[in-house]
Design a protein around this ligand. Sequence first.
Ligand code: UDX
Length: 446
Amino acid sequence: MKVTVFGIGYVGLVQGAVLASVGHDVLCVDVDQSKVDNLKKGLIPIYEPGLTPLVEENVAAGRLDFTTDAERAVNHGDFQFIAVGTPPDEDGSADLKYVLSVAETIATHMQTPKVVINKSTVPVGTADKVTQKISETLQTLSKSVEFSVVSNPEFLKEGAAVNDCLRPDRIIIGTSDDAVEEKMRELYAPFNRNHDKIIVMDVRSAELTKYAANCMLATKISFMNEMSNLAEKLGADIEAVRHGIGSDPRIGYQFIYPGCGYGGSCFPKDVQALIRTANAIGHKPSILEAVEATNYAQKDKLFAYLSDFFNGDLAGKTVALWGLSFKPNTDDMREASSRRFMEMAWEAGMKVQAFDPEAMEETQRIYGQRDDLVLVGTKEGALKGADALVICTEWSQFRAPDFALIKSSLTTPVIIDGRNMFEPERVEDKGIAYYAIGRGRSVQAQ
Ligand code: UDX
């Protein structure tokens, strides 16, 4: 089947490559000429395991192509995916300007019937706005072509996006049109094996499902972070508590890991956007507000531990930082806890020596050259001459460090672990002070 994907970002590129891999004929379109040129040469703009070979294979097989030519793109696909960004505007609402501009482009060039599919995470009611935009544009151009707008949210996780997309646990299709439902079922048939993963619902429910899923997961994390703060104050160990509650299948072990706060492109943005949506209809979203406030405070904790250890005497000290990305297996720094930590450390007059397996280039891009940031090529190198070690991301290569080297490298051996990677006794037995989240040493998040 012929598919067009608007927006060669994270979602669009992965979705396009995966659809091509099962035999669909996919054309991805973007306004960024250099991105398109690079992709044609096999240069992938994001770090995502498994994506490069998938793109290369499908480009070579002639099933996947890239263009900046919007007219060609619209004429290519019977299915038109909209996978452009919806950045938060000043008040945190999702900004729909790119989505609506694609809708206008589709309407301008379409000659044959189209199924327009909203893949971007968009507020409830967006499909109606896209429908309206296409209708108005067609009317202005005195054209009459059939189309239907479907909501089909993605649930992929960075670092596992290819697999999530190839083997989805659900495929949400928001449409009330039976013929369109049939077409969507055919498009996704190669992914709908073993048992039926397709869930069809009205378009508004599909739009809300995406937000509800991410907000529920963010809620689990903030809840556990609140419990970890209580555990610290009460002399309990949150890791024992996590184990204890996770064994109840109604709660489960997933997404109950306490830490230095959630980041990334989805949770912070989606929680905020749903709060704005609720406010706009006069509903006070108390739980979501608490989830957001708890996460905000949690991101201050690593600095608070550091300040506690050094009794506030931080100016002129150097901190080694392991992990910059918002989670492992990505170079994404959006809303990463490391950013808040570094900014607070700099504010206090500290120098940061950081190492990350993937995100150092991105860190450089964000912060540029500055005297108080040194990006080091190895985790051991980052320790040299530092006073303390802070861990922000649980990359697997940090799991079994050389504690003797950490002790001898740091002037005052202390590890501040935002991801609870080690057993406190094991670290303290090596003569290193250890702060972890909800595991003993207590300090109030500022
Ligand atoms: C998330 C959703 O998981 C995915 O379904 C959706 O489509 C997009 O948003 P992603 O942002 O890639 O995916 O990362 P995820 O693995 O969910 O982690 C998000 C953040 O939560 C990370 O900062 C992670 O460190 C944090 N987290 C996750 C915790 O602090 N504790 C946990 O138990 C799980």
